[in-house]
Design a protein around this ligand. Structure first.
Ligand SMILES: [Zn+2]
Length: 188
C-alpha cells in the first residue's frame, strides 16, 4: 500500500530494467503495476457510497493513518482470486502474462512496505480470508465505523473534513494533530 506516485516511479524503473529483455511488452507490465490500484476506487465507492471519486486519496490516506486500529484492508485486485483470474486469461491471451507479472511486482512492493512497517496482516490477501476474518468480530470493517467510533487520526489529510461532511459521517471522534499557523496542535 504505497501511494500512486511511488508505484508509478517503481513501475517506470522496473519497466526500464525489463525493456532490453522484453521490449514493448513492458507496456502491459508497467500499466498493470500502476492500474491494479484502481480497486481502491471500487472500495472507496463501497465504503463511502459516494461516486465523487475526488475523495479517493483522502479516504486512502485516512485508512493509512489509522492502520493501527485493526481496520481490515480489502482491495479486490490485490487478492489471490484476482491473480488466478489473470492467470487463466493468460492461457488464452499471452499478453496477460505481462499483466500478471506487473500485478505481482506491485503486490511484492506493497508487501515489502507493509512488512517493514510491521503491518503485513492489516490486509486480507484473499476474498475467503477477508470473509473469514471479518466474521471473527476482531476487526473494524467500515471506514465510517473507524471514523465515528475509533478516534481516527486525520492529521495531514488535506480536505478531509470536507469529505467527512460530504460522506455524511460524524466528526466528533476525530483527532487532528495538524499544527496551525502558529505551530499549535488543535485536538479536534
Ligand atoms: Zn497496491
Amino acid at each position: 500500500m504505497s501511494s500512486l506516485g511511488v508505484h508509478t516511479v517503481q513501475s517506470i524503473a522496473a519497466s526500464a530494467v525489463l525493456y532490453p529483455f522484453i521490449g514493448e511488452k513492458v507496456v502491459p507490465f508497467g500499466l498493470a503495476a500502476i492500474f491494479i490500484d484502481l480497486d481502491h476506487v471500487i472500495e472507496y465507492i463501497r465504503q463511502t457510497r459516494s461516486l465523487d471519486v475526488r475523495g479517493v486519496f483522502s479516504c486512502c490516506k485516512l485508512i493509512e493513518n489509522n492502520l493501527d486500529k485493526r481496520f481490515l484492508v480489502f482491495n479486490m485486485f490485490h487478492t489471490v482470486e484476482f491473480l488466478g483470474l489473470i492467470f487463466c486469461l493468460a492461457s488464452f491471451f499471452p499478453v496477460f502474462n505481462y499483466v500478471l507479472a506487473g500485478c505481482l511486482f506491485h503486490l511484492a512492493c506493497d508487501m515489502v512496505r507493509l512488512l517493514r512497517s510491521d503491518l503485513f496482516f492489516v490486509r486480507a490477501y484473499s476474498l475467503f480470508e477477508y470473509i473469514y476474518r471479518s466474521r471473527t468480530g476482531r476487526y473494524v470493517l467500515s471506514v465510517k465505523n473507524l471514523v465515528e467510533k475509533h478516534k481516527p487520526d486525520i492529521s495531514g489529510i488535506s480536505g478531509i473534513r470536507f469529505w467527512l461532511g460530504k460522506w455524511g459521517w460524524s466528526q466528533d471522534e476525530v483527532i487532528d494533530a495538524t499544527p496551525d499557523l502558529w505551530g499549535n496542535c488543535k485536538k479536534k
